[in-house]
Structures are given as structure tokens and as C-alpha cells.
Write a protein of this length. Sequence first.
Length: 149
Amino acid sequence: MKQKKIFGFDYTNNEYMKLFMYLLVGGSAALLEWGLFYLIFQVLTGASMFPLQTQNVLVATTLAFAFSTLYHYILCNVFVFDSGSRYQRGAEISLVFLVSVIGLGWNLLLMWIFTSPSILGLPPLPAKIMASAIVTVWNYLSRKKWIFK
């Protein structure tokens, strides 16, 4: 197992610290995702005749999720998980993206439910925050159980 250290503190075998670091990395990835979502949504909405089209929400969600997933994967390999310990790098990356695609599916479904006027009709950004919180649980548990040690 590769050593995990921050500010000289070795937390390689400390599961509580790893969870804390996951939440810290995940929190920064969520902020990145929400910011990108907002920017992309604004660009798409500004170019559209219909400001709240569902496809604008879904496209913005997909792009923001993809960028933040890459950011999250890189930082988790540095600060949280032992990359390459269970699978070779190619298989590991494939599994991370598989889990992420499933997470994206959950994210899109939740965004559709939360923002559709005929269902909940919530504003896009609060809906995005709620969807992200729910998908975070899936992401952590699936990575910890099936991909990394």
C-alpha cells in the first residue's frame, strides 16, 4: 500500500482520515462541478430561445460531471485510494469511468426529476446540489468496495 501523508501526518491506515480526505476532495470536485454546471447552463441558455429547456440542463449536467470526475479521480489517487493495488491501471480507469457513468445516469435522472415542471419543478442549481449529494454516496461506496483498496 502506498503511503498517504498530508502535512507530515501519515494516514495510510486511518480509514476515518481517508473518508475525511474523500469528502474534502469530493467537496472541491462538487464545487467545480456546480460552477461548471452554472457556467455551461448560462452559455446554453443564452444561446437558446427557451431559457429552461430540459436539454440545456442535461447537457450542462453531463459536461460538468465529466470534467469534475476526471479532477476527482486524479486527486483521489493522490490523497485517498491506493491506485493500482487491486487492478492494473487500465482496468482501474475503466472501472472508475463505469462507476462514473452509472453515477452520471443517477445524476441525470435526479436532475430530470428535480427540474421537470411536471414533477418537482425545482430551480436548476439547488437541484444540482441535491443530486450531487445523493450521487456522492454511490461514488464513494462503489469505489471503496469494488475498485480501490
